[in-house]
Design a protein around this ligand. Sequence first.
Ligand code: 5GP
Length: 120
Amino acid sequence: MSETIFDKIIRKEIPAEIVYEDDLSLAFKDINPQAPVHLLIIPKRRIATTNDIGLDDRELVGHLYHVAGKIAKEQGFAEDGYRLVMNCNNHGGQTVYHIHVHLLAGKPLGWPPYTDRLKV
Ligand code: 5GP
C-alpha cells in the first residue's frame, strides 16, 4: 500500500490546519472547502478505501464518527447539523486513497449532493 499526502500531514511534513488530534485520528481543514466548515477526519493508520475496512477496523472507523460529533459540539454546530461523507473509489469521487470522513457544516446543505443527474 503506497502512502498518500495524508501520511505527510499526519507526520507534520506538510502543513495543514489541524483542528483535532488524538492517538488514533487527526482532523484538519480541507484545502478546497465545499462548505463554510469543511473538515477531514482521518485515521492515523491508513486504510485505502471503505472496501478495505475489516472487522478489526470497526473501532477505529467508529472513532472517526465519534470525533466528528465531538468537534461539532465543540465548534457549536452540532444542533444546527452537518453532513458526514466518505467517498469510495472512482464513482464515489474518491481522490485520496486513505479513508476520510468529510465533515461539512455552516449552512443548509442541498440534497442530493451531486450535480450530475445520473441516468440509471
Ligand atoms: P476525496 O475526493 O478523496 O473524497 O477527498 C479528498 C479531499 O482531500 C478533497 O476534498 C481535497 O480537497 C482534500 N485534499 C487533498 N489534498 C489536500 C492537502 O494537501 N491538504 C488538505 N488540507 N486537503 C487536501
